[in-house]
Each structure stands twice: as structure tokens, then as C-alpha cells.
Ligand binder design. Structure first.
Ligand code: SF4
Ligand code: MG
Length: 330
């Protein structure tokens, strides 16, 4: 009986995972070096699933992920290994992603060695460790190297997790709600650190968040997900200032202060008006947002909307029948 709860939890985890993978559909995403793309949505929208698929942590049943045009369809071989080194993930909870029985030195050494970045001598390794901690502003490094995760604050732990990711010398970081578990007062510091690292190392960053105001602050491009599908995308300024999709408008209306540029919202993921997102296992037919949409038309529950260009801003699109020219003509 002692082991049962653990087994049960693992099984639940597996069945959730399986369902989620089946429910993420038609997601197209391009990350470019030196750019932040935000993926915004409520909990259960599939945004974390997208990050985990991109990190190759989940098996996928279809689709393809390419790095510099090279497919990673086959989960072995040099293209796949290169991909795993080049694309690093940062998780929401730095405490869960660091092993409590090991020091910071252990975590960072392991990352450097796995990716062949530890150098030849002990002095090389020590230098590389110091450099990693300096890059995330944990200085002087010797104050942190031999500490255990529980001896650091939440923000310091997230900095260690970022340093560990940098140990792989990545091209891309996938950051899944990297600040949502941290104190509001230190969130901006972590986002600014990520932005500095992006500039310095020409990184591509995928920023997963439920907070659309922080996407506007931090990301060049913003993509909005609803129930496993992408519903709107474009440059962050346009998507947050002139949202086209009724769901994006709902997200912005329910944010506490959508116009502020320097704060990072403390709004809870679940704290949304106007109903709940649907189950990803049996999503509604047609537009998945139609049961909640104030603008829904008869067609919306029958036909799945296709991405359509909006207005004059290049690259701004929404998957919504309101923007179909045949609807506009009616
Ligand atoms: Fe609303 Fe229809 Fe647009 Fe879906 S397609 S968001 S239901 S108007
Ligand atoms: Mg999530």
C-alpha cells in the first residue's frame, strides 16, 4: 500500500500526457535567434505541451520539428543529438527541476560535462562554473557554488536553472512560465535577465505564459493558444493593442491592467471570467471557442476557422470567421 499512491500518480501523469498530445493540433511555430516568441493561453490550452514537444520530452504522433531546416523526425542520430543540446528548457518550478540532494556545483558541472563544455582540466571547469554563475548575476560565484537548492531563494534557484541551461551553449531556450511561481517583485528581474542573455548570446526564446501583459513587455512576437490550437499571432504590440480574435480580447479584458508595460501580472491562471476552457480530449466542433464567444455565428460551430490575415500589419493573423471576406460582405 505504501507504494500505491506513487504508482497511481505516475499513471495519471501518463494518461494526461497521452491525451494532451492528441489534442494539440495545427500548431506552427518558428523561433529565430535574437527573438522572443510568447505563447499565451489559459492553463489547459496546450501551451506547455507545445514546449515539451519542442524539447522532445513528449513523443509526438505527427508533425515535424526542424532545426536549421533539419528534421528531427527520427529520435536518434546526430541531427537529433544536436537538437537536444541546442534547445534547452526552463521550467516553471526551479525547486522541482533541481535535485535537492545535490549542490549547485554538481548541477552545473553535470550540464557542462554532458554537453562537452567542461574543458580539459579542473581549472577549466572551475572557470566555466564561475562564468555560468556570473552570466546569471549570481556573484561572487564562490558564494553559491557549494550551496544546496534549498539554501537559495526562488529567484536565485531560477537563475541557477537558467545557468544550467546555458551550460549546454544553447541556441534556443524554451521557458515554460519561468516567473509565475516567483514573487511578483522579482519577476521582472528574471525576464530582464533572459532578455539580456538573448542579446548577448543571440538566443531564440519561447516564452510560455498565461499573462498577456508580460508577453507585450517581453516578447517580439505573440501567439495566442486556445484549446490546443493557435488562434491569433503577430508582433506583440499589434496583438496586445489591436487584438483581433474574440478570445484574445477576453484575455486582455480579464488582465488586471493590460496597459502597464513594466509590471508582471500576478493574476492566477484560473482566474478568468466568462466560462472555462473546454476539455482537450473532446473539444467542441468547429471553432473551439464558439461556446464562449460573444460573436459566434451559425457557421462557427460547424467549420474550423482557418488563419486569415488581419488589417494592414504584415504577419498579423487570426483564426476566426469574422475575418473571412465572405462574412464581411454579408
Ligand atoms: Fe467567435 Fe466564430 Fe470567431 Fe470562433 S470563429 S472566435 S466562434 S466569431
Ligand atoms: Mg502549464
Amino acid at each position: 500500500t505504501k507504494h500505491f499512491p506513487v504508482r497511481r500518480r505516475l499513471r495519471d501523469l501518463f494518461s494526461n500526457r497521452h491525451d494532451a498530445v492528441h489534442a494539440v493540433d495545427d500548431v506552427h511555430l518558428t523561433l529565430r535567434r535574437g527573438q522572443v516568441v510568447a505563447l499565451v493561453g489559459e492553463s489547459g490550452s496546450g501551451k506547455s505541451t507545445v514546449a515539451r514537444l519542442l524539447a522532445q520530452l513528449y513523443p509526438r504522433t505527427g508533425g515535424d520539428i526542424r532545426l536549421h531546416g533539419q528534421s528531427t523526425k527520427v529520435k536518434s542520430g546526430s541531427a537529433f543529438r544536436a537538437y537536444c543540446a541546442r534547445v534547452q528548457m526552463i521550467f516553471q518550478d526551479p525547486f522541482a527541476s533541481l535535485n535537492p540532494v545535490h549542490t549547485i556545483r554538481y548541477h552545473l558541472t553535470r550540464a557542462l560535462k554532458i554537453h562537452g563544455n567542461a574543458g580539459k582540466t579542473d581549472a577549466d571547469l572551475e572557470k566555466a562554473l564561475h562564468e555560468l554563475l556570473q552570466r546569471v548575476s549570481l556573484t561572487p560565484p564562490e558564494r553559491y557554488l557549494d550551496k544546496f537548492p534549498h539554501e537559495l531563494s526562488g529567484g536565485q534557484r531560477q537563475r541557477v536553472a537558467i545557468a544550467r541551461a546555458l551550460g549546454a551553449e544553447p541556441e534556443a531556450l524554451l521557458a515554460d512560465e519561468p516567473v509565475s511561481m516567483l514573487d511578483v517583485s522579482i519577476r521582472l528581474g528574471i525576464l530582464n535577465l533572459l532578455r539580456d542573455l538573448k542579446e548577448r548570446f543571440n538566443l531564440a526564446i519561447l516564452y510560455i505564459t498565461h499573462d498577456i501583459a508580460s508577453a507585450r513587455y517581453f516578447a517580439d512576437q505573440t501567439m495566442v493558444m486556445y484549446a490546443g490550437r493557435m488562434v491569433e499571432g503577430g508582433d506583440s504590440e499589434t496583438v496586445t493593442q489591436s487584438p483581433a480574435h474574440p478570445y484574445t480580447r477576453l484575455l486582455i479584458d480579464s488582465a488586471p491592467d493590460p496597459d502597464r508595460l513594466t509590471g508582471v501580472s500576478d493574476v492566477e491562471d484560473e482566474d478568468r471570467g466568462n466560462g472555462e476552457p473546454p476539455s482537450l480530449i473532446h473539444p467542441p466542433a468547429g471553432c473551439r471557442f464558439h461556446p464562449r464567444c460573444p460573436m459566434a455565428m451559425p457557421r462557427c460551430s460547424a467549420e474550423t476557422p482557418v488563419p486569415l490575415e488581419i488589417g494592414d500589419v504584415p504577419g498579423h493573423w487570426a483564426a476566426c470567421w469574422l475575418y473571412d471576406s465572405s462574412e464581411v460582405a454579408k
